[in-house]
Design a protein around this ligand. Structure first.
Ligand SMILES: [Zn+2]
Length: 166
């Protein structure tokens, strides 16, 4: 069994393969196993098991080899997880998230925002002034909107992500 205990790892795997996928990962033995067997032990459909395993394979988190049954001639796929690659995959994902947050942070810091007093939407200054500071959806006035809280939240998320992987 592969225990996925750290919340950040779990979150990453759930994002990648979903809740059922995570259950499959956690039920995988440390040696080779067939997809049919995994469907049987987890009670998850064979299609979902296969999709999960291929997704893991695409992210280098699993490998497989084909074996031909000498009697039936059928091909069997034997799957194995690569737990040693989990950290690397997670690190790449964290780097990607930090880059995304960084772009968002720059956007928040470079712009001045106005929001509809009814809560329809938020606009950057240029959009707001083009609309004469009236909401294009409901015609209510647009008001300056402080974004310090948003900036702080993004900065905290970036700190948390960096800390989780240092
Ligand atoms: Zn509005």
């Amino acid at each position: 069994m592969v225990a996925v205990e750290e919340p950040i790892r779990r979150a990453y795997l759930v994002k990648l393969v979903g809740e059922e996928g995570l259950r499959i990962v956690e039920s995988m033995p440390s040696d080779e196993v067939t997809d049919e067997h995994m469907a049987e032990v987890t009670g998850i459909s064979l299609n979902t098991v296969r999709r999960t395993l291929y997704l893991l394979y695409e992210h280098r988190l699993a490998i497989y080899r084909r074996k031909r049954d000498p009697d039936s001639g059928w091909l069997t796929y034997l799957w194995m997880l690569c737990p040693e690659n989990f950290d690397k995959a997670l690190e790449a994902e964290v780097r990607r998230l930090i880059r995304k947050l960084d772009a968002r942070l720059i956007y928040e810091k470079d712009n001045v925002f106005y929001a509809c007093t009814c809560g329809c939407a938020r606009f950057v200054f240029e959009e707001a002034s083009e609309a004469n500071f009236l909401c294009p959806y409901c015609q209510e006035p647009l008001e300056y909107m402080e974004n310090r809280k948003i900036v702080e939240t993004i900065e905290r998320q970036m700190r948390d992500l960096s800390a989780a992987f240092s």
